[in-house]
Design a protein around this ligand. Structure first.
Ligand code: FES
Length: 159
């Protein structure tokens, strides 16, 4: 079945578009809304948004592939995005990554068989002063240590 916004989201999108000087300017919030509804932005979803906003699918795809906040394939119920950029690298993010891979069997770019976790290494998440850090869904976890990661993972495994 092809992607359609829910009636609520469609009405929200219509309201949103009115706040911008042109439809194209509403692209980022439209993509975000679609991702929240669908879980990720398949090519079909991207094409739907392109049609809704009257812009080319190639332009939409360019935006989707530029921002790591937009997902092009399904992610786990808890999507772990670990920052690997300079400040976090200097604070030892590679130890956190290695720990997540070894102890919890997470693989970069993959979802665990139970669908609970997925892991992605991303560039700076603008929390450079509190590295190493990661984003889990929409929440930030900063100043990570192996112990903090274990506590967080235990909590997430129970939810
Ligand atoms: S370098 Fe990791 S948040 Fe900026």
């Amino acid at each position: 079945m092809s992607f359609q916004f829910t009636p609520d989201n469609k009405s929200r999108l219509d309201d949103l578009v009115k706040k911008y000087p042109n439809k194209q300017a509403a692209l980022l919030p439209a993509l975000w809304m679609a991702q929240r509804q669908n879980g990720y932005l398949s090519l079909e979803v991207q094409e739907h948004i392109a049609n809704e906003l009257g812009i080319s699918p190639v332009h939409v795809h360019g935006v989707v592939t530029f921002y790591t906040m937009f997902k092009q394939k399904p992610v786990g119920r808890f999507h772990l995005q670990l920052c690997r950029t300079l400040s976090c690298a200097l604070c030892g993010c590679e130890h956190i990554v290695a720990h997540l891979k070894e102890k919890y069997k997470l693989k970069e770019g993959e979802i665990t068989p139970d669908g609970r976790f997925s892991l992605e290494l991303v560039e700076c998440l603008a929390s450079c002063g509190t590295g190493p850090m990661m984003q889990v869904n929409e929440a930030y976890f900063e100043g990570l240590t192996i112990e903090k990661v274990d506590l967080l993972m235990q909590k997430l495994m129970k939810e």
